[in-house]
Structures are given as C-alpha cells and as structure tokens.
Design a binder for this molecule. Structure first.
Ligand code: FES
Length: 635
C-alpha cells in the first residue's frame, strides 16, 4: 500500500492505491475543509503534492488554480487519486480552523455538571462473615464515595456479567461509571484500577453537508479533540429533499448507516487528535436538523415533506449510542436534541441555547441564514419561530459574478463616495474571480450609500462615470476591470443581480417583521440580534442594517455566534441541567407558517426596498443616506 507523508508535520499513513488524498488525510487525523462534501465543487480541500504520482483531472478542475499554482502541484485532495508513495503539503487554509464556539453564552456562564460520574473504589473482598453479592458490594462502595444511593442505581445485565472478573482481577480496585438517564441512575461501566481521569463526552453537529465533533473532558470541560467530516449521505443526494426522496425509495437504512459512518469518522479524527480511547467517551449529544436526526435514529422522514408536514417525533430522544452504531463506550448514552417542526430542528434549538436568549428577560432575535433561513424571536417566557427560503443570491448564486467564499472571491468592498472607486479585499488575497455573499452585501450597501442605486435597486445611469454603463440587457456597475481580475473579464454587478439580492434580503426581513407583528413588538424592544451559522460570521453588520437585511438596532447589539449547533451541543453535554432548558425551549416555541400568515406578503413587499419602504423603521439609515446624498451632490 502506498505511504502518504503529510507535511509540514511528517505525519504518515498507508492507504490502498486509488484512494483519494482526502481519504488519506482524514485517516491520518487531519480535519480537512470539505465544504462541498468531496464533490470537487468548493475548492476548499486543496493540497500541494510535493512528490509522487497522482491521478487528477487538471483540465476539469483547472479553474480553481492559477498556472503558477498548478506548477506548484496544487490539486483538490478529494479528486486526486493516489498512485504511489506521496509527499503532500496541506496548506493551513485547507484545514478546518478551530471555530470560535460560544461556549459561555451571554449571561449564562458555563457550568460543568455532566450526566456521567466515575467512582474509583477499593472494595473489601467477600469473606465467610460477609457474603454480600458482588453487585451489592459495588453499589455500596459507590454510595459511600458520595454517589447515588445503592437502591437507585440500575445495573444492566451486560455490566453485571463483567463485574465478578473485573473485581477479582483488579484486586478489588476498580472504577465504576454511572450515568443519569431519563429513568434514573444507570451503571454503564466497570473497569480495573483508577480511570477517573479518563472521562469524556462528544458533542456532534450533524449537518446536511458536514459533521463536526468536539470531544470534551467531563471532568473540567476542556476541549480535548475536534474532528469534522463531510456527511457521506451526499452520495445519495446533495440537499435535504433529495435525501428524503432517497429514503422513500427504500434507502433509509443506507442513509442511516452513512450518517453513523460520518459521525464515527469524525469521532475517530477527534479521538486520534486527542490521543484518547473512544471507549472512554460516555455520552454523545447530537444537534441536527429534524430530517437529519430522524434519519440518524432510523425513523422514516418521508411524511415530513408532505402536507401537513409533521415530523414523527419532536421530543428529545435518548438511547444507547451503540444501538444506532456509534462506536463509543459500550453502554454510553446518546442524546438527540428535540425539534419544533420539520423546519425548526435541534440545530436551531442548539443555536437558541448557545445564544442564551431563552434564559434572558430581554427580547432577542436569532437569524440563521443559508439558502434557507430560520428566525426566532423571544425571551425566557415566549418564543416565535419561522423558516423560509432565501434563495441562493446571498450566497453568490444567481448573481452573474457571484461565487462561493473561495479563494479569489471579493469578500469586502467599499466605495469612495467622491470618485466611486471601489476598494476590495479578496479571499487569500488572490486576484478577484467574483463576489461572495459578504462582498455582495457590502457592495449593495455601498452602491446605495453613494447614490449609484436608488432604494428600489435601480442603477442611476444619469451619473456620468466609466464604471456605470449599460450592460448586455440591463445597466451594470464595474467592480473590477478585467486587467485586475483572474478571469480576464470585468467583474460587474448588474441591475438584475441587485434585484435578486433585494428579493433574498426581503424574505429575511419580512420574516423578522412578521414575528415582531405576532409578538406585538417594535424594533426598539429588541435587545439583541444573533447571527448564527457561517454566513453571519463574515457579513458587515452595519451593511446588513443599511440594506435592510435585519431590523435596525444599535449595531453593537448585533452578535455573531458562529456554529451555534455545535456550541449548543457542547453546552448540553457539559451541563445536564441544560437538557431541561432545551426541552422547555422546544415546548415554548410557537411555529409560525409564513405562507399562512396574512401579514407576511405585505411585509415582503415593504422589504423589497432598500432598506424598506417605511424609512421610519430605519431612522439611522435614513440619516446616513441623507448625509451621503449631500456629499455626493457637492462632489
Ligand atoms: Fe470541495 Fe474537495 S472540492 S471538498
């Protein structure tokens, strides 16, 4: 088998010939960026082959690299097959960066209060005068060490079977592990010697595209290892709908197995990086969307995509992790976040938990944006939630020069109000290839500020400027001249692009306004807005308000929580009391069906302006636009 040596760490691994470099890297414990799930679409998994033979279709995937990069040996690790021994350099940008997860939620300090305890015991062996059974002796030992009362611990048969041998072979020095499960205390393991320092749990974000795992010490809460992987279900369909259809065609078992395989691979990577034994992982907590968690548990998701759209189960689920195939400790528990509806799943409940909004008296708005969006409004007493489709424009789709956040994407733009000259920053500082979501939001806000577009998004062709011109069908603004770009073409934004962006942002703002109407509150009563998910991480919050993507509140009160699903799963893993909070959140949320809400269409129409038809909802933006207009008129 060929040996692959990864630089700069010189970590080595052996894989069968024909494996991809990505498979080898994951086997070696690297957490590669696999945004598209290894389909050769995102370019995030690039590596540099320093020596050795690979099969890689440079013509097909050439658009990802400059000629110089090709000559340096750059290729997509998910598409490059190994022909023999290799030396491969993994650039830092191709590794999953440790995400800044919000473990300390605002106003809710992190408590280490797990549902698993280990007791190191030295028991006295039985004698003719003391013929207590082994199990009783053990349970008494636990009680004497400050654990639960002897009669309150259930010991399953498989653990009882282990007891006599472990007690005698260890000279009566053992460690017993006890977990709090819905029915009470349960003994989940008995092992020789003192192993109390090895007690871990795993928090899992089971996403449609990727799976992220954090292994935490259940003693001090520290992160001991992380792993990520693409969701291998992608081979059965890229989006959630195609997965459900695959399940309907008899593929549920395969989808379930692939979900388990994906989590197990990420668990392996995380435990390898931590140098721990997976048998010492005693609890797994999973947050995911409703369809993903149904599939993981082997529950048919078919009826969730048919009217009247009901999931099989909304409450949280617990079972033995090994029962679904997760390779962790023999009797370790699995906790699955509850859901509210088929559209508001455990991932959103985890977002809510991570933000701390469910434990605050203040009213907060939480927004999770992707091709679909979810919005939650409320506080500790009440919550409304809704979900909808934002369309692909905010992620760079359906925009002439839109692209994903790949190298060469313009991610930040500003315009000089007097000269209208753009300044921009691209990902990895490469020559620009297009505009990604955060760049598009910046550009929209800057075009509005500089009066190049009006509040309907129309380009003002009366401005005599070389960058404002009539395109093939509609007017356009030139962001970068062709000699500045990597694609040999001017990068422009057209009036049609602007309309698509406005429609996308309008559905999100309208959803926020609809929930505010339901609650009978105005924007002044919103204490915080939380952005969750990768999209929110990169957008300029001022510009998000300027274009009317979110209601206007003081910008310093807009916070990004990053991957809230994994953050929430971590919180629940480390503090068992939060599981009760999670349950309360799920029960508290009133789901609003936007299509059935009579005010949503009106709100949407009003939101199809920049920032909104009613400028009194955006007083700060109104003032700023007035000032900019005066400045433009003077120039
Ligand atoms: Fe997306 Fe390789 S191109 S993971």
């Amino acid at each position: 088998m060929p040996t692959v040596t990864f630089l700069p760490s010189f970590r080595k691994t052996e894989v069968p010939k024909g494996s991809t470099i990505l498979e080898a890297a994951q086997k070696a414990g690297f957490h590669m960026n696999v945004v598209c799930g290894g389909q050769g679409k995102c370019g995030k998994c690039s590596v540099m082959v320093r020596s050795g033979e690979i099969d890689f279709d440079r013509e097909k995937y050439g658009s990802f690299y400059t000629d110089e990069e090709v000559s340096q040996g750059f290729c997509l690790s998910c598409q490059a097959r190994i022909n023999g021994d290799l030396r491969v350099l993994i650039p830092e940008g191709s590794l999953v960066q440790e995400q800044q997860i919000l473990v300390d939620s605002p106003g809710v300090p992190l408590e280490i209060n797990p549902a698993v305890w280990k007791y190191a015991l030295t028991l006295s062996p039985p004698t003719l005068d003391d013929q207590s059974p082994d199990l009783t002796r053990l349970l008494w030992g636990i009680e004497k060490s400050g654990g639960p009362k002897e009669g309150s611990i259930y010991a399953p048969l498989e653990v009882i079977r282990e007891i006599p041998k472990v007690l005698r072979e260890s000279g009566w020095r053992i460690t017993a592990t006890v977990a709090l499960v819905p029915g009470g205390y349960r003994m989940i393991n008995v092992e020789k010697g003192d192993t109390t320092s090895h007690s871990y749990g795993a928090a899992v974000d089971l996403g449609t595209t990727t799976v992220v795992v954090y292994i935490r010490s259940l003693i001090d809460g520290s992160i001991v290892g992380t792993g990520s992987n693409y969701n291998r279900q992608i081979s059965c369909g890229e989006d959630i709908l195609s997965r459900v259809n695959y399940a309907k065609r008899g593929g549920l078992e395969k989808l379930q197995a692939l979900a388990v395989e994906s989590i197990n691979a990420a668990l392996t990577a995380a435990s390898n990086s931590a140098g721990i034994d997976r048998d010492d992982v005693y609890e797994v907590v999973v947050a995911g969307n409703t369809i993903m968690t149904h599939i993981l548990m082997g529950i048919d998701p078919a009826y969730m995509i048919e009217e009247p759209y009901v999931p099989v189960v909304r409450r949280y689920l617990t079972t033995a992790a090994r029962r679904v195939g997760l390779v962790v400790g023999k009797n370790s528990g699995l906790f699955i976040f509850p859901a509210v509806s088929d559209f508001i799943g455990g991932d959103i409940i985890a977002d809510i938990l991570a933000s701390g909004m469910a434990e605050s008296n203040d009213i907060s708005l939480l927004i999770d944006i992707g091709t679909n969006f979810e919005v939650v409004l409320g506080n500790r007493d009440w919550m409304f939630a809704c979900a909808g489709a934002a369309g692909p424009a905010l992620e760079g789709g359906e925009v002439l020069f839109g692209m994903r956040a790949n190298p060469g994407a313009i991610e930040q733009v500003s315009l000089d109000l007097r000269t209208l000259k753009p300044s921009f920053r691209t990902i990895r500082n490469q020559q620009p290839r297009g505009l990604c979501g955060s760049g598009l939001i910046d550009l929209l806000a800057e075009l509005l500020r500089s009066c190049i577009i009006d509040r309907t998004g129309r380009i003002n062709t009366a401005i005599a400027h070389e960058r404002i011109r009539q395109g093939r069908q509609v007017p356009e603004f030139v962001v970068a001249w062709k000699d500045e770009t990597a694609i040999g073409k001017d990068i422009v934004i057209t009036e049609n692009d602007i309309k698509a962006l406005i429609m996308s942002k309008a559905s999100i703002l309208a959803a926020c306004q609809t929930l505010m109407n339901q609650a009978g509150i105005g924007r002044e009563e919103i204490a915080r807005i939380y952005f969750s998910g990768a999209f929110g991480n990169y957008i300029n919050k001022d510009h998000a308000i300027t274009i009317g993507l979110i209601p206007e509140i003081p910008v310093e009160r807009v916070t990004t929580i990053g991957n809230g699903a994994i953050a929430g799963a971590n919180i629940a893993l480390l503090n068992r009391r939060k599981k009760r909070v999670i349950d309360e959140i799920a029960r508290k949320i009133a789901y609003i069906e936007l299509n059935a809400d009579p005010t949503f269409m009106d709100e949407y129409t009003g939101s199809c302006f920049l920032p909104h038809t009613d400028l009194s909802l955006f007083p700060g933006v109104e003032k700023m636009l007035d000032q900019c207009r005066i400045l433009r008129e003077q120039s």
